[in-house]
Design a binder for this molecule. Structure first.
Ligand code: KIV
Length: 263
């Protein structure tokens, strides 16, 4: 299993890191048998699994349940759990309670969105022995502030600020940084300046690893077509066809056969 030490080694050896989201037990069991390096129980589960319109609706209780289900299904994978909306913004004690919940649900590390204002908090979590991955660039929990899902750090001053933030996070002890929706050059520049690996999503080919939402790479939603997405399957049609086939068999009296029944 990859861990925070091997994360760094991978970067030194210029070996890419693969990460994918995972929210439930049945997909965790499949991913446990795959060669993927690590699993992210992302707060995107609020949208993908619960049908909300943004990740703002994820709660610590939701995250805890999903983390536990994933860890039970994927005992051989390094599992990172997202700290949900505002869970790091209500002071040290509530934050540490939330961190404790996710770690005791079985996560091996946590991911926190946002930038500069939480230096003391991050240092405290890291010093408490919890590996922290940070998320910069497009941070969907701040969607109302950002005015939509837009590419970030396009202007030079914003790019420089992002590089500075990333450097500070490395100094604070974060073991990795997710970079979401930034220009290729920014992804490359941040990655070159850090000794910890960057994991990109819509951040171009020059980061130290990549992450995608599992449902997106499987092609569950044909209407979700961001530029950075590569689909590896058409799960929507596959599932629909299988269920329609089952329906047809039931209606026609073809299922179950006597072979599929108890004597
Ligand atoms: O919640 C999530 O799925 C994420 C990834 C998109 C990086 O944060």
């Amino acid at each position: 299993m990859i861990n925070v030490q091997t994360f760094k080694k991978r970067k030194q050896q210029q070996q890419q890191i693969s990460m994918v989201t995972c929210y439930d037990n049945w997909s965790a069991k499949i991913l446990n048998e795959s060669r993927i390096d690590c699993l992210l129980v992302g707060d995107s589960l609020a949208v993908v699994m619960h049908g909300f319109d943004s990740t703002v609706h994820a709660t610590i209780e939701m995250m805890e349940l999903h983390v536990a289900a994933v860890v039970r299904g994927a005992p051989d994978k390094f599992v990172i759990a997202d700290m949900p909306f505002l869970s790091c913004s209500k002071g040290l004690e509530p934050t540490m309670d939330a961190v404790q919940s996710l770690m005791q649900a079985g996560a091996h590390a946590i991911k926190i969105e946002g930038a500069a204002h939480q230096a003391d908090l991050i240092r405290h979590i890291v010093e408490a022995g919890v590996p922290v991955m940070r998320h910069l660039g497009l941070t969907p929990q701040s969607i109302h502030n950002l005015g939509g899902h837009k590419v970030q750090a396009k202007a030079e001053k914003d790019a420089l600020l992002l590089v500075e933030n990333a450097k500070n996070l490395e100094t604070l002890g974060c073991f990795s940084i997710v970079l979401e929706c930034v220009p290729n050059k920014v992804g490359e520049c941040v990655s070159k300046r850090l000794s910890i690996p960057t994991i990109g999503i819509g951040a171009g080919p020059f980061t130290d690893g990549q992450v995608l939402v599992l449902h997106d790479l499987l092609g569950v939603d044909p209407d979700f077509n961001p530029k950075f997405l590569r689909r590896y399957a058409n799960a929507r049609d596959l599932i629909k066809e299988a269920v329609d086939h089952y329906h047809q068999d039931v209606i026609a009296g073809d299922f179950p056969s006597l072979m599929e029944s108890y004597g």
